[in-house]
Write a protein that binds this ligand. Structure first.
Ligand code: GDP
Length: 423
């Protein structure tokens, strides 16, 4: 069976925990899109880890982990992550696609310099090089892993590539130029580092599908950050939808039978862009402090996340564009401190109420319409069965389920792997 776990919102919904939990039953865990620009937090018996590029299956001995064709492969980031996991005594099996594109030093520099140049018009990039990486990929000047092993071709390609890049560095950004031979030497070392892991992962996955193996496709970020369906241009530069998992991994689309969209019991977002349900002031600070397992601060950048109420308009849209077959709600325990809990159930735009997720310009001018539900005001982290939750907590979950139109099959009531309530 092929299953995808994806985000229904702006990312950071807690997919890492759910993937880590579901990975137990998987034979293969696959990263199919994105790069090292976002992070999953996983807490298990080995410790607390922020994974950016490694698939979440690395903590399970018998799982094959795949970095597939659709990913932005940042080999520096991969190395440090591998070291962090290995130093906790964890051994894992990782395969890297021979057709995945390599994220390079100039991508990170151009990302950083461009944000500087844009100043107050910046996108709020994590400066991991993702946007310049995808520009190169779709301009067909990027480098796929197999090219690293063709030395003469690689040298020639880099020479031509850096002629153009250096013009931007020098004249647009007024920054030092890059010597392509230094890049070449670095890439050759990187190539040797990854060599034992490189293979035709798409073939591996197609064969695994034929053999009936359990494959878990692990999404990064969420629907509203998708390049085609999200809050453009405040999106990531690649698709974040389950539909793309077939492309990014290289398996038949009709094989993805189960799509779990993960959503948080409240909202959080990083970076710029419209965020209708946003809280400000003390209300925001309180939720930010209590959110997640250590407050709502970015796994990659440490910057404070924007927070708000649950948003049924954004989430219904997010769940629908994912084609979710079920929904997992995380962080319900976080809301236990509230007397009443606000849920954003509509957007008011130019005097009219909308239940549809509008385009970015209209979202910016929309005001949230809140419905208030009663809180449950007791610790729910010790609860082990859904039915044992306080009545008001169940009402909260069921109210949201009705609004978003897809079954909430799992509720997470704490960051640890075992804190999950099935319905
Ligand atoms: P991801 O990128 O979607 O995996 O999300 P992150 O890992 O960046 O953010 C989710 C945060 O919430 C992490 O700090 C998790 O440890 C934490 N978390 C996940 N599920 C729960 C939960 O049910 N309750 C609480 N309190 N924290 C959770």
């Amino acid at each position: 069976m092929v299953r995808a776990i994806v985000g229904a919102n702006w990312g950071d919904e807690g997919k890492g925990k759910i993937t880590d939990m579901c990975a137990e039953k998987a034979d293969i865990v696959v990263r199919f899109q994105g790069g090292a620009n976002a992070g999953h937090t996983i807490i298990n018996e080995h410790g607390r880890f922020a994974l950016h590029l490694l698939p979440s299956g690395v903590f399970h001995k018998n799982i094959t982990n795949v970095i597939a064709n659709g990913v932005a492969l940042d080999i520096n980031a991969l190395k440090s992550e591998m070291e962090a996991v290995k130093s906790a005594g964890v051994e894992f099996n990782l395969k890297i696609s021979d057709r995945v594109q390599v994220l390079m030093e100039h991508h990170v520099l151009l990302d950083t310099y461009e944000e500087e140049r844009l100043a107050d018009k910046k996108f709020g990039s994590t400066k991991s090089g993702i946007a310049p990486f995808f520009s190169d990929k779709y301009s067909k000047v990027g480098i796929q892993v197999w090219e690293l092993y063709n030395e003469e071709m690689l040298k020639e390609k880099l020479k031509g590539m850096y002629e153009k890049i250096n013009i931007s560095l020098k004249y647009l950004y007024n920054k030092p130029e890059i010597d392509y031979m230094q890049v070449y030497e670095k890439l050759r070392k990187d190539a040797e580092f990854i060599r034992p892991m490189v293979t035709d992962t798409a073939k591996l996955l197609r064969n695994a599908v034929k053999e009936g193996k359990n494959i878990l496709l692990e999404g990064q970020l969420g629907s509203l950050k998708d390049i085609d369906h999200g809050i453009y241009p405040y999106v990531t530069s690649s698709p974040t939808l389950a539909g793309y998992a077939a492309v990014g991994a290289g398996i038949p689309p009709y094989e993805i039978k189960n799509i779990i969209a993960v959503t948080k019991a409240y909202s959080s977002a990083v970076g710029e862009g419209p965020f209708v349900c946003e809280y400000f002031g003390d209300e925001a600070e309180e939720l930010r402090k209590r959110g997640g397992d250590k407050g709502e601060y970015g796994a990659k950048t440490g910057r404070p996340r924007r927070v708000g109420s649950f948003d049924t308009v954004a989430t219904r849209y997010g769940v629908e564009v994912q084609g979710a077959t079920e929904v997992c709600m995380t962080c319900l325990d976080v809301l236990s401190y509230l007397d009443t809990i606000k849920v954003c159930t509509g957007y008011e735009y130019e005097g009219k109420v909308y239940k549809d997720f509008l385009t970015t310009d209209k979202l910016y001018k929309s005001k949230p319409i809140f419905t208030e539900l009663e809180g449950w005001k007791e610790d729910i982290t010790k609860v082990t069965k859904y039915d044992d939750l306080p009545q008001k907590a169940k009402e909260y979950v069921e109210f949201i389920e009705k609004e978003i139109g897809v079954k909430i099959s799992m509720v997470s009531n704490g960051p640890e792997r075992e804190k999950i309530l099935y319905r």
